[in-house]
Ligand binder design. Structure first.
Ligand code: 3PG
Length: 306
């Protein structure tokens, strides 16, 4: 039976890990869990006899693939697969999949939580502001953005989105007003939330020409990837827009300077927290296990991304 490695430097919640094991056991698959590993060599050693691997943000690059001679399938339990070298995987005939939508509500809830945290001045006792009546602009209208729109509607926010790959009707059906350009995103929002993947095109794309359009006191929310931000320009935005705020679900490269100079207007999670709920872990992990079984039993390649 195929041997499945579950390699998570940041482990799934215990309940989710139990559900993944139950899924694999029911299919009589062998499995191994490598959690909390500290060296990439541990991941490479564990890959030696794996035919499939479930990962989160764990790096599957050419070196990892070279360490995995039996590997046929990588399933990223989550949405973003910028941590997998798709070209190298394809060259070796390894299929790569993700589990879109499975952890998205958790990320959306975190975005709202961080928005409230900043709106209320990190709960420091001073009067803050409410989300009701404020504009929220979603850059990208995938699963996370759609969940966020639904929640933000409940808060009485005015919601806009821009996504060149999604039909405007899909937005309007959800009560979201479509915008026509990237520039409009940044000039329209009291809150601007990023929901774009990290690709060659998007890396560093959130730069001064966009951030300079933000309203005084607007908040930029990044639950996407730190790489999409031009951090030199981010620091400039803090400097020039005196009430600008930034929240990020991962530590920016410029965190030391950002916190030292603008700490009251910035927040980042110590470790990527968006998908860190029992529910998201269970949804994504079990979906990954099911996709592996369907792949080996039926040749099912739904959710293949390479
Ligand atoms: C994703 O791309 O699914 C999210 O960023 C979550 O990543 P994680 O599983 O590493 O927390």
């Amino acid at each position: 039976m195929p041997k499945v490695l579950v390699a998570t430097e940041k482990p799934f919640a215990a309940k989710a890990a139990g559900l993944i094991k139950a899924e694999l056991e029911a299919a009589k698959y062998d499995y191994e869990f490598l959690e909390n590993y500290t060296e990439v060599s541990q991941l490479h050693a564990a890959l030696a006899d794996a035919e499939a691997v479930i990962i989160r943000s764990d790096i599957i690059d050419e070196a990892a693939l070279n360490a995995a001679p039996k590997l046929k399938l990588v399933v990223r339990a989550g949405a973003g697969y910028d941590n997998v070298d798709l070209k190298a995987a394809s060259a070796k005939g390894v299929v790569v999949m993700n589990t879109p939508g499975q952890n998205s509500n958790a990320v959306a809830e975190l975005a709202i939580g961080m928005m409230i945290y900043m709106a209320r001045n990190k709960f420091n006792g001073k009067s803050g502001s409410e989300l009701a009546g404020k504009s929220l602009v979603l850059y990208g209208f995938g699963y996370v953005a759609r969940y966020l729109a639904k929640i933000a509607k409940g808060f009485g926010m005015d919601i806009y989105a821009y996504d060149p790959y999604i039909a405007c009707e899909i937005m309007t059906k959800d009560g979201v007003k479509p915008l026509k350009s990237v520039a409009e995103i940044f000039s329209t929002g009291d809150y601007v939330s990023l929901h774009i993947p990290a690709t060659a095109e998007t890396k560093g794309s959130i730069n001064w020409s966009l951030m300079s359009l933000m309203k005084p006191g607007a908040t930029l929310i990044n639950t996407a990837r730190k790489e999409v931000i031009n951090e030199t320009d981010l620091l400039r935005c803090f400097e020039e827009n005196k009430k600008f705020r930034y929240v990020s679900d991962v530590e920016p490269g410029c965190s030391a300077e950002m916190m030292e100079k603008y700490g009251d207007r910035a927040y980042y999670t110590p470790k990527k927290m968006g998908a860190q709920t029992e529910e998201a872990n269970a949804n994504a992990g079990v979906a990954a296990a099911k996709q592996i079984i369907a792949f080996f039993e039926k040749g099912d390649k739904t959710f293949k991304v390479n």
